[in-house]
Design a binder for this molecule. Sequence first.
Ligand code: 13P
Ligand code: SF4
Length: 352
Amino acid sequence: PASDPDLVERARKAKEALGDRLFVLGHHYQRDEVIQFADVTGDSFKLAQQAAARPEAEFIVFCGVHFMAESADILTGDGQKVVLPDLAAGCSMADMATFDQVEECWEALEDAGLAGEVVPVTYMNSSADIKAFCGRNGGVVCTSSNAKRALDWAFEQGRKVLFLPDQHLGRNTAVLEMGMSLEDCVVWNPHRPGGGLTREQLDRARMILWKGHCSVHGRFTPESVDDVRARIPGVNVLVHPECRHEVVLKADHVGSTEHIIKTLQAAPAGSSWAIGTELNLVKRLATMFPDKNVSFLDRTVCYCSTMNRIDLPHLVWALESLVLGDVVNRITVDDDTAHWARVALDRMLALP
Ligand code: 13P
Ligand code: SF4
């Protein structure tokens, strides 16, 4: 549905009143009614780079999910305040790796004599304390745009990687981009003693994948790909690397959100595309490229419910509160966590 014109006007006025004091960042999975007010849109990597782009802005309103707002707080200056318009905008994948669980896993790896051999790599989609864990233990953050480069770097530092928290991004990158085999990858289940792995499995593995996944991308199936190919002759299937390995194997192209947009930009007019990523973005792509036939890979898969928590009423509330001098829903990361998370984020931002 079209945005409520009254709310659109209120958001516009509040933005105007705040002027250069305000910088609004919007992830590609945000609703259209919200993304229209973003000063910069991007995938997680671009938004992490952009967070620090406006040091003069007092308020950074982050239209995305909690872990992204935490990263923005870590990467921006002391005087800058980061606001998440709805605090319920979390990420189920990030919640699948808690600090205590990861510490327990690390201790078990040390007990198995693997200390010094394993480098922790965490996907951006993780809480600040997991990023800090990686910073403290010689590891790095990655996003879906640079996972291969981060893993190349990690394998220069050690023989094995503990990849948190998305098993699919870890497996897809290792197998499809780095020439590893499925046998090189094992899955650490935090709900089983010893991760559910034997000593031999840990000794043999090169990639220890955390048992986490995206509740949106994880819903596409190999049958989704078969069905769309039967429905749309000549269709190109383009999916995000958070999709399951069997889905990515059946697709024609795989890449981050930003890569998906660029691929469609470069595609010839009249070509057909089935996209396996979040629905807000797929709908926007269909509008942006009317000369191409853009469809959703599986019509039974839903929006990301937490990305969708940020809607126009919440954005208007956050902006109007700032105009009145009230910083609502501020996201802050404590100094020690921020320091070590920044070490891991800076290692990512310095990757070649
Ligand atoms: P990217 O922005 O890195 O493509 O990640 C997708 C995602 O799921 C963000 O929550
Ligand atoms: Fe988390 Fe998946 Fe939603 Fe991204 S799309 S915020 S990974 S649940």
